[in-house]
Structures are given as structure tokens and as C-alpha cells.
Design a protein around this ligand. Structure first.
Ligand code: NGO
Length: 531
């Protein structure tokens, strides 16, 4: 053995021994994000071994798929090759057991009870989604290195006790703007993987804007042929074929994430206007746009073809999207006369309903007559959001000053914008959606969503740098009880989460406000020098 190999072997051996000597902290002291509703500790630890299996209750293909997802997450690092089998009743010692077997009202649709003893990891839930959320907790209870893709030293122990857990809000979302810059299917899938790890359940895709149209619409093919060929800065753009979009929807659904497609109308529409002259009031198509100004384009609210267009687009989108929502945008329609805007939104709402979906729009839509099952997304104007509430609508909380992850962290951040605020991690975390805007209480709020607008964002590394770790805090705001939440407690948990962010290869922002437990200044991943 060379000196170098000996040294490596020595440290691996010490690592293994020290792991052995360091059983996991008791279950109440585990570093879980989002913080679970309750945890109680019991004696002993469960050890996952190569003899373990994952058992799912009954013959449900859906449960087996969740079991397989868990196996796929833990097999690479453990090297165990755990198998998934179905069972009737709890299996014997040393196994993981996933069952939809309870009628436990407080757990709701996504909650779960996870009981870990020396003998068994036992998860029960009312719905499969609850088991999937529990699987994310199990991942976080295992050592950070479980997230690595190559075999790591064991042991693989879980502290014993019981976690009961369920979300504070039923809607916990992120938005990705693929209009300003296009991001391919693999990037979107990684984004889904990362948000679902934090128990988020919605990905809103901002599919169209002035700079690009990103979803194939078979009845209006020039939308993508021409309108998809541009992006901010003059790059080549791109779009999802319907097959690719279905693949994204399925990938998300397998992770209990709902895709919300947004077609931004009647403003933010230059890419469509450039593709079809008839959509313009003057019948002339403008050129494609690659700048970052807003508020200059509008559909022609008084032309019938506009509604034929919206009907076709919403119909095709509704067919592609199993989720209950279609988002019609409605923001910053500064080039649309107010009376036209009102007519337009009312008609768009009828169209969305006719295709069996609920409409979501940015807060401005409350200037129209919105139906109680329409949802307004608060981003900027409290009066508009309150007007939506007054019409019986629920609100998605996306205040730009708190949740816009295109905002810079501070004045030194190279990427992003600063028009709403600098949003450091403390500001991103230390607020409560239910008290943020006077007159909008928890009963009015569907949930929270954090948008990433991509005027300045061009790569997945840059997405990760702006989104993480702010998103981790939004996930906690959406999931964990508001009572008792404190930045001082959270920042320690986030700091202790550094090893996991690194193991997941997330290229995150190393805020100086956080006591990062890995005590290295180099950060996770490899940030481009330009930032
Ligand atoms: C605004 C605007 C977007 C921008 C974003 C940039 C909304 C709802 N409309 O938010 O078009 O990209 O700000 O921060």
C-alpha cells in the first residue's frame, strides 16, 4: 500500500469507527427542515442493513412506486440494493414499512406518522402523498452522505421515536420563469427533485412572456416555431413539445407536485403577437423582443380571434395538465385599457372554467369580476389582493419583498434585480403569510409560492444560487406551524444542513448570517466567479 493509499484507508477507517461511536442524536434533536409538527424520542436506534427491505401495504402500485423511490434514494450511498415488496400487515425486524392504513384526521392529505423502533421503521398516512412526504423525512434522518451517488461508509442508523407531521398550508409552491430564459426538461426535473425534498407540492411554470413562448400549442404552431426562438439577451430560446411537457407533469406527479401552467395574458405577450399578426389590433406583427422592459404588449381585447386563441391554448393546456389550475397571468398589462382588461379577464375566466379548471391570476385580476373559486396571486398590490378576498377568492402569497428569489441577497449579489428589496435569508424566513398584509388572514390564504424570474438567470447553477437556501425557508414557512418559528433557531438548523446541501450538490449562497456547520468558506458546489 502506498503512503497515500494508507492515509486514505486510515481516514476511512477512522470515519467508520467514529460513525459507530456517534449514534444519532435523539429524535427530538434531529436536524429536519421543514421542522416537523411533533417528535418524541424513545430508546435505541434502528439500523438499516443489507438485509433490510422496504415493504408496502397491499398490492397498490402507487405505494410500490413510493417504496421504489425511497429505495432509489438510499441504494446508491448504502450499496445495499434494498428491494421493495408488498405485504399484508407489518413485516419482521429490520425493515421499512409504508402503509396507507389510517383514518387520522389531523394528518390530512399529506401528513404522516413515522414510528421508528429498534425493529422497524413504520410509516402510516391517510394518502400516498403523506408517505412520500415521510420518505423525505427518512432521508433527512439518515446521515448527509445518504444523498451521495457513490457507496459511502455506514452505519445507517435512525434515532427512534415518533414523528407526527402535516402541513400548515395545502399549497407550497415555487415558480420558474422559463419565458425570459429557457430551461430544458432535465433542469426542470432537478428543480422538482429539490423542491419536493423540502415537501413542496406545486411548481408553477411561467411558460410565456414577451421574450418567448415555451409550450407547443398544436393549433397555433407558430407560437413556438417563431415565438419560441428568442430569449432575453438574444439567445436561441427553446420550448417544450407537448410530449416533453407531459413528461414533466408525470415526473412532478410522481413526486406529488402539481404543475401549474401559466400563459401570461393580456400583457407580457409579445412573443405571441410576433407569431400571429391577427392577434394585434393593427394586424401587424411586431419583431421578437429580447430586452427586459415590461408593460408594452397587449392582446387585442376587442377582437374575436383573441378569444379563439385563448380558448385553443387553454383547451390544449387543460388536456396536458391533470392539476386543477390554469394561470392566465394578468400582471402589468399597462398597454391594455382598463375597461379592456376587465372584459378580457372576465372572458378568460369563462374559458378556463369551460375547460374544467380553476383560474389563477396575479393580484391585478381582482379589478374584474372574479369568481370565488378563482385564485389571486398576491405579488405587489395589497389593495388588489384585498379586493380579491372581498370577492371570495383565496390568495397565494408571493409578496415580491419576501418571496421573489430573483431579488439580490444584498448589494454585492451579481445576479438578480433589486427593485422590490434585497432579500437576505433572515428577511426571507422571518415573516408570516397570515399576518403579512392587514386584512388578509390565514382563512383567506391558500398557501405560499416563491417565484424565480429569470431576466438575469441563464444556467442551472445560477438558478440554484438564487433559489437556495431561501427556498428551504419558504418550504418551512409553508409546512411547519407558525407558532414558535424563530430565525435564531432556524439559522442553526440551516447551518447544520450544510452537509446535506453539499451532498445534494446544490450550488447555494453561503450567507454570513448562518453558522454553517461545515465551517468551510468555499460553499456547496462551485459558484461561477462572476457572482
Ligand atoms: C414582476 C413582473 C415580472 C418580472 C418580475 C421581476 C410580476 C408578477 N410581473 O412580477 O414580469 O419578471 O417582477 O422581479
Amino acid at each position: 500500500m502506498s503512503t497515500r493509499n494508507f492515509t486514505v484507508a486510515f481516514f476511512v477507517a477512522v470515519g467508520v469507527l467514529s460513525c459507530k461511536k456517534n449514534p444519532p442524536a435523539d429524535l427530538t434533536k434531529q436536524n429536519i427542515i421543514p421542522n416537523p409538527v411533533s417528535a418524541t424520542a424513545s430508546e435505541g436506534v434502528f439500523e438499516l442493513t443489507k438485509g433490510s427491505s422496504i415493504y408496502t401495504e397491499g398490492e397498490s402500485a402507487e405505494l410500490k412506486q413510493i417504496g421504489q423511490y425511497l429505495a432509489d434514494k438510499i441504494n446508491p450511498a448504502t450499496g445495499f440494493g434494498l428491494m421493495v415488496s408488498s405485504t399484508r400487515g407489518a413485516p419482521g425486524r429490520g425493515n421499512i414499512y409504508l402503509a396507507v392504513s389510517t383514518t387520522d384526521a389531523p394528518l390530512g392529505d399529506e401528513g404522516y406518522e413515522l414510528t421508528i423502533s429498534r425493529d422497524l421503521v413504520n410509516v402510516t398516512a391517510n394518502k400516498p402523498a403523506g408517505l412520500f412526504r415521510a420518505v423525505q423525512t427518512i432521508r433527512q434522518l439518515l446521515p448527509d452522505r445518504i444523498e451521495r451517488s457513490s457507496v459511502q461508509p455506514g452505519p445507517w442508523e435512525l434515532a427512534s421515536g415518533t414523528i407526527r407531521d402535516y402541513p400548515n398550508y395545502s399549497f407550497r409552491g415555487a415558480m420558474l420563469d422559463v419565458g425570459r430564459h429557457f430551461f430544458g426538461v432535465e433542469d426542470v426535473k432537478r428543480f422538482i427533485d429539490l423542491i419536493s425534498f423540502y415537501k413542496m407540492n406545486v411548481l408553477h411554470l411561467h411558460l410565456t412572456d414577451d421574450q418567448g413562448w415555451r409550450i407547443e400549442i398544436k393549433s397555433w404552431p407558430n407560437l413556438t416555431a417563431h415565438g419560441g426562438s428568442s430569449e432575453v439577451g438574444g439567445g436561441k430560446g427553446g420550448f417544450y413539445t407537448q410530449e416533453q411537457f407531459k413528461d414533466i407533469v408525470k415526473y412532478a406527479a410522481d413526486r406529488y407536485v402539481t404543475i401549474i401552467p401559466e400563459i401570461d395574458t393580456p400583457g407580457h405577450i409579445n412573443a405571441a403577437l410576433a407569431s400571429y399578426p391577427d392577434l394585434n389590433c393593427n394586424g401587424k406583427a411586431p419583431v421578437l423582443y429580447t430586452g427586459t422592459q415590461v408593460g408594452f404588449s397587449t392582446l387585442c381585447a376587442r377582437k374575436d380571434i383573441t378569444y379563439k386563441f385563448v380558448d385553443d391554448v387553454v383547451r390544449e393546456l387543460a388536456e396536458l395538465t391533470p392539476g386543477p389550475y390554469v394561470h392566465i397571468g394578468g400582471d402589468e398589462s399597462h398597454a391594455t385599457k382598463k375597461e379592456d382588461y376587465i372584459v378580457y379577464v372576465n372572458k378568460a375566466q369563462e374559458i378556463v372554467h369551460a375547460h374544467g379548471k380553476q383560474m389563477i391570476g396575479w393580484d391585478e385580476i381582482s379589478q374584474s369580476t372574479i369568481k370565488p373559486n378563482t385564485i389571486a396571486q398576491f405579488w405587489s398590490n395589497v389593495a388588489f389582493a384585498k379586493a380579491a378576498v372581498a370577492q371570495g377568492a383565496k390568495i397565494i402569497m408571493s409578496p415580491a419583498k419576501k418571496t421573489y428569489v430573483d431579488m439580490k441577497y444584498d448589494s454585492t449579489t451579481k445576479l438578480g434585480q433589486a427593485w422590490a428589496a434585497y432579500i437576505e435569508l433572515e428577511g426571507a424566513y422571518s415573516w408570516d403569510p397570515a399576518t403579512y398584509a392587514e386584512g388578509i388572514g390565514k382563512e383567506n390564504i391558500l398557501g405560499i409560492e416563491s417565484p424565480l424570474w429569470t431576466e438575469t438567470i441563464t444556467t442551472m447553477d445560477e438558478i440554484e444560487y438564487m433559489v437556495f437556501p431561501r427556498m428551504v425557508g419558504y418550504a418551512e414557512i409553508g409546512w411547519s406551524p407558525a407558532a414558535g418559528r424563530s430565525w435564531d433557531e432556524y439559522k442553526v438548523r440551516l447551518g447544520n444542513h450544510a452537509g446535506r446541501l453539499k451532498a445534494l450538490d446544490i450550488d447555494y449562497y453561503r450567507s454570513k448570517l448562518v453558522p454553517w456547520a461545515d465551517r468551510s468558506d468555499s460553499g456547496g458546489g462551485n459558484p461561477p466567479a462572476s457572482r
